[in-house]
Design a protein around this ligand. Structure first.
Ligand SMILES: [Zn+2]
Length: 195
């Protein structure tokens, strides 16, 4: 059985369930039933407003975000969990760190639950650079269901890749969360089935 690259960090039994849905050609229907909606945040301006509102609600003291945008160059799904950068620029004699959140353009056409999860993930990086325990605590503070959402998003990305022939070789510095969650996440918190 081919490994599911987005789900490698999760327990074998969960991966088996996803394999089974794929084998039965039921994964697409499963996802559609669970996440039927599409969000309306379709421009960079709207994404900035959406992100700022979440930040204002939960992370007022985090550094100010200068820019938020959908990045079509991030439309490669290997590491699609977004890109967070602190660009240091010399402006005259002053060194200014610019906080930027880039969200892969593929997230324009997903369920609102997935957009929220990805923005929460990137906002947490304003305070914690690494995918450590403090990072995930921030994520679950903003979104109590964070771990289930990330798992479901990874299932979605798996399905998206299975049903897409598009291949891209872009290898810029993505936020690579592919190897992260297993240690931090109790297995029983993830459900593959409905409910
Ligand atoms: Zn990350």
């Amino acid at each position: 059985m081919a490994p599911l690259k987005y789900l490698q960090a999760y327990p074998e039994a969960l991966q088996q369930q996803v394999h089974q849905l794929i084998a039965q050609d039921r994964l697409g229907a499963h996802l559609a039933a669970r996440y039927p909606d599409r969000h309306a945040v379709q421009s960079d301006k709207a994404l900035y407003a959406y992100t700022s509102a979440l930040k204002q609600q939960y992370l007022k003291n985090a550094p100010t975000i200068d820019k938020v945008l959908y990045d079509s160059k991030l439309d490669v799904v290997q590491r699609a969990l977004g890109l967070h950068t602190a660009i240091s620029r010399v402006q005259g004699s002053k060194l200014k760190a610019k906080k930027e959140i880039r969200v892969a353009a593929l997230f324009k056409a997903v369920a609102p639950e997935f957009l929220q999860m990805i923005v929460v993930h990137e906002l947490a990086h304003l305070k914690e650079l690494d995918h450590n325990k403090a990072f995930y605590q921030l994520c679950t503070y903003m979104l109590p269901d964070y771990h289930q959402r990330e798992f479901d998003l990874r299932v979605y990305l798996t399905w998206r890749e299975l049903t897409s022939t598009q291949v891209s070789g872009n290898q810029r510095g993505y936020c690579d969360a592919t190897e992260t969650t297993a240690a931090a996440v109790p297995a029983q918190r993830h459900r593959v089935g409905p409910g």
